[in-house]
Design a protein. Structure first.
Length: 150
């Protein structure tokens, strides 16, 4: 079972009044729901998936709204990237600055990167292709990941 590092967007703009509400549930955020679906997709592919952005941002662990805590989470998560067999990047919602940092770290470590989509493709409703270096448009991604991050 290969070890994979999940790369999906996390940060979102959240209304401060919603955060203050006793009814606010971080699990109902669109990027969290998307990451959970991606994690389930990895598990269905029989991959041991690490989703640090879901683990470290649970209530009572780290607060992504505080820059120093966000950086601590990013740094700690990227330590796991170093021991993973590959990074898997789901591009359905674009590529955020945090994702871009994860992809650049994977390239620095020479960790292969799989770009995937949940919303359609060639096999079982998804497509998968591997790039271990930034690439020009290849017909499957529709664009190179650095262009998506801008």
């Amino acid at each position: 079972m290969p070890r994979v590092f999940l790369v999906t967007p996390y940060a979102e703009v959240i209304d401060p009044a919603a955060l203050a509400s006793r009814f606010y549930n971080w699990l109902h955020r669109p990027n969290v729901i998307f990451a959970q679906k991606c994690m389930a997709d990895c598990l269905r592919r029989e991959e041991a998936v690490m989703a640090c952005h879901l683990l470290y941002t649970q209530p009572g662990v780290l607060d992504d709204a505080h820059p120093e805590e966000r950086q601590l989470g990013l740094t700690a998560g990227r330590r796991f990237l170093a021991v993973c067999d590959r990074a898997v990047c789901y591009v359905d919602r674009g590529i955020s600055s945090g994702m871009r940092g994860d992809l650049e770290e994977a390239l620095r470590l020479k960790t292969p990167i799989n770009f995937r989509r949940l919303d359609g493709g060639m096999v079982g409703g998804t497509f998968l292709h591997t790039h271990s270096v930034p690439h020009w448009p290849c017909g499957l991604c529709g664009s190179d990941w650095k262009a998506l991050a801008r």
